[in-house]
Design a binder for this molecule. Structure first.
Ligand code: ZN
Length: 775
């Protein structure tokens, strides 16, 4: 069937771009309208990050790198094929937002070159023939469809359409539950969650082309989810209402599927899918969400409140699909609770994953540690996800609905909107939010008819004051979580909003028992080693004196040079910080330090942490706060002298070793009688000592230039081997009692590391090394 489309404008995007229309009208009409990004230009903090994303990341990526795995299959890595589609999606939205001709030129080139890589049967993955449909190639087709459909609809250039249809036709021909077809659940990872996430663009392809077979393919995916070997997405969310029980609980792939389910609901109106997604949302918000809007560790959803601060926490792909999920729900329901989660995840976790200059992204962006910024796509799914999240923000920041205008985010900016009846309405937001509590909104429309302006009422603001043209509006009506003002708007009409932008103290529970976190309005704050100001403080062991806000003397102030990432940038001085110490609390122990928004924390390469321990620790452990070192740096953030066994370190570097050691060095000599070594964690491929080569030894040095002397061995360490950790428990402690007191300056545990199931390497781990002088 020949396709005829209205030609969309290909002129500069600021001439009000219109999307290439779809052939199928949605069954479930959106309550809030997604905006084309040319209509909304943000200029505050968020706006500065969106611009940096376009200028320093998206336009700078080398097309040859994006296309490499297609030009020379199979490429350098099994899911390398996903990057080009993710880039096309993000870069198209960014180009529509900025109108940058250099980016448009690159988009046209990449879209055309990608299409040239399609094989005659429609295959557009990076796998060689014999390995087709085994791992991540349905997945790459998903992203190619998302990227190319976005490109076509915004640029009006429909040249890639036949290629997209060939992809759709190949998928329809290959997969299904009819005779001679392959099972899509077995065509990729994570109980089929990865390949079936192709649902989202197959719905989009159906709406664009009107071809019934694509809708039928989507219906097959919904059936496949519930097959005996399927992930049971919808039935689990309708019954158990828990995301950690769906498939293998893999967060990124599951949220990708749910975004497809919502797209299907929009198109076909199957209400069960919306209900399942609302259950998933409620479950994540109630039980599985970090303060910053991150929502997984180790890339999967875990049990209720099982939210450790480190352990591959906060994969950026999860952050972005969570953002998309909230944006979808906001469009479909018009309820402000989804916009509230968007603000939370954008201002904290998403911007915290982006280096402030926009050039790099972090993969796991944890609640403490160092920001793992990288600009190299190799093996980094998150590096092409982060830019999509930022590029989507203009589509929902300021928008329209059947009543008028909706303000979801308070970043300064200008929106040139059309109401649903076609009336133009310009909305200007001024202010330095979130550094300034006052925001002014000007609404300008030629319409004589009154319409509503809805402004999200933030949950973090205990008192939100609204003035229209200087007059207080007492108790403005609330609609779906928005404060609503209805009138006929004239030039120079101004709404002033004043939030109560105040510090909030969160007392930790579950895994953060005994700790507090500080928030300021929507911002999660973190201590940053670069802002300590006192070189004699050990960053790992600072905490706060009390869990009362009043005792902390919280004072916002302009950010110093290296943290001046936007004109309104602030840091927050608190005076209740103490060094947790072995000695008595002295006057000097109570010191001011400065906290920084999580989005900028760690941006200079220093360590940061959100959760601060409360109170002094009076510990007899003589190695508490001692300087630490180990035979190999490893890849886990933690400490063996912070008194916290849950922050283990490892020596993992992918290489074998005959010997590993973990050491602590004191400022001056001390006399000890007992040593405790706490094992860190046993992984499938190592993490323990191989005791078949000898039990772990405790060695000491009496002076900086002395030789290591063996004090004894950990006789109660189990009979482990290179491949068997022999029931070792995480954090398990082993003690060496010395026959007589020893004077030491440094202490270490040393033994052979284990390789587990991967004999090409070996490593060990340590949670704590402690020493005591018993009477
Ligand atoms: Zn990722």
């Amino acid at each position: 069937m020949a396709l005829l489309f209205l030609a969309a404008t290909t002129a500069t995007p600021h001439a009000a771009l219109s999307l290439v229309p779809e052939r199928i009208a949605p069954e479930a009409a959106d309550r809030q309208d997604s905006q084309t990004p040319d209509r909304v230009s943000l200029s505050g903090w968020v706006g500065s990050r969106i611009k940096a994303n376009e200028a320093n990341r998206l336009v700078k990526l080398d097309p040859a790198r994006l296309l490499e795995g297609y030009r020379k299959r199979p490429g350098r890595q099994s899911w390398d094929g996903e990057h080009v589609g993710k880039w096309l999606h993000a870069a198209t939205l960014a180009w529509v937002n900025t109108g940058d001709p250099a980016l448009r030129q690159k988009l046209d080139f990449v879209a055309a070159e990608l299409v040239k890589c399609q094989l005659p049967d429609g295959y557009l993955g990076t796998y060689v023939d014999k390995n087709r449909w085994t791992e991540w190639d349905v997945w790459a087709h998903k992203y190619n469809l998302i990227g190319l459909i976005t490109y076509m609809r915004y640029t009006g250039n429909l040249e890639p359409l036949p290629a997209c249809q060939r992809i759709g036709d190949l998928l329809c021909k290959t997969f299904g539950d009819g005779p001679g077809k392959r099972d899509i659940i077995q065509a990729g990872e994570h109980v089929g969650l990865a390949p079936t996430s192709v649902l989202e663009p197959m719905v989009l392809l159906y709406r664009l082309t009107g071809e019934q077979r694509y809708l039928e393919f989507c219906q097959y995916i919904l059936r496949a989810w519930e097959q005996p070997n399927g992930p049971k997405v919808i039935s689990t969310l309708l019954n158990a209402k828990r995301v950690d029980k769906v498939g293998d609980a893999k967060a990124y792939e599951m949220l990708s599927c749910l975004n497809g389910a919502l797209e299907y609901y929009r198109t076909a109106g199957d209400h069960r899918l919306l209900e399942a997604c609302l259950n998933a949302w409620q479950d994540i918000v109630d039980n599985r969400l970090y303060l910053t809007g991150a929502s997984s560790y180790g890339e999967v959803f875990h049990d209720d409140f099982d939210l450790p601060n480190v352990d591959n926490v906060g994969e950026t792909c999860v952050t972005v699909t969570w953002l998309q999920f909230n944006a979808q729900l906001l469009r479909l329901t018009g309820e402000a609770r989804f916009a509230e989660q968007l603000e939370r995840v954008i201002l904290n976790q998403l911007m915290g994953a982006q280096r402030p200059d926009g050039s790099a992204w972090g993969y796991y962006v944890q609640m403490e540690g160092k920001k793992p910024y990288s600009s190299n796509l190799d093996g980094h799914c998150c590096l092409s996800s982060g830019p999509r999240g930022l590029a989507l923000i203009p589509t929902f920041a300021i928008t329209t609905d059947s009543d008028g205008v909706v303000v979801n985010l308070y970043d300064a900016g200008l929106a040139t909107l059309s109401l649903r009846d076609g009336t133009p309405a310009a909305v200007t937001i001024d202010g330095a939010f979130p550094s300034d509590a006052r925001v002014s909104i000007r609404v300008d429309s030629p319409s004589k008819k009154p319409f509503m302006v809805k402004m999200r009422k933030p949950g973090w603001s205990s008192n939100t004051l609204v003035r229209v043209n200087g007059r207080v509006v007492p108790e403005p009506p609330e609609v779906n979580g928005y404060l609503a003002i209805t009138r006929s708007w004239h030039r120079h009409d101004v709404i002033d909003i004043e939030f109560s932008l105040q510090p909030r103290l969160i007392v930790g529970d579950h895994l953060n028992e005994g700790k507090i976190a500080l928030l300021y309005g929507p911002l999660v704050l973190a201590a940053d080693e670069a802002l300590l100001g006192f070189t004699n403080l050990n960053f790992k062991t600072i905490g706060v004196a009390e869990k009362q806000l009043a005792s902390l003397e919280f004072i916002p102030e302009p950010a110093p040079g290296q943290f001046q990432t936007w004109p309104g940038a602030q840091v927050f001085r608190i005076s209740g910080i103490v060094r947790r110490s072995t000695g008595p609390l002295s006057a000097g122990s109570r010191l001011p330090i400065r906290l920084v928004p999580f989005a900028d924390a760690g941006s200079t390469g220093a360590e940061y942490k959100i959760w601060l321990p409360v109170g002094l620790v009076a510990t007899p452990n003589l190695l508490f706060e001692a300087a630490e070192s180990r035979s190999r740096k490893g890849n886990l953030y933690g400490s063996i002298t912070d008194g916290n066994p849950s922050t283990a370190v490892v020596t993992f570097d992918g290489k074998p070793a005959d010997e590993d050691w973990f050491a602590a060095t004191l400022d001056g000599p001390a006399t000890i009688t007992r040593v405790v070594f706490m094992h860190g964690r046993a992984f499938h491929d190592g993490g323990w000592f191989d005791a078949s080569a000898g039990k772990p030894k405790i060695q000491a040095k009496s002076a900086a230039d002395a030789e290591w002397q063996t004090l004894g061995e950990l006789a109660d360490y189990p009979a482990t081997t290179a491949t068997d950790p022999s029931k070792l428990k995480d954090g398990q402690a082993f003690t060496l009692k010395l026959p007589s007191p020893a004077k030491i300056l440094a202490l270490r545990v040393i033994a052979k590391p284990a390789c587990g199931d991967d004999p090409r390497q070996a490593f060990s781990s340590c949670a704590e090394l402690q020493a005591f002088r018993d009477k």
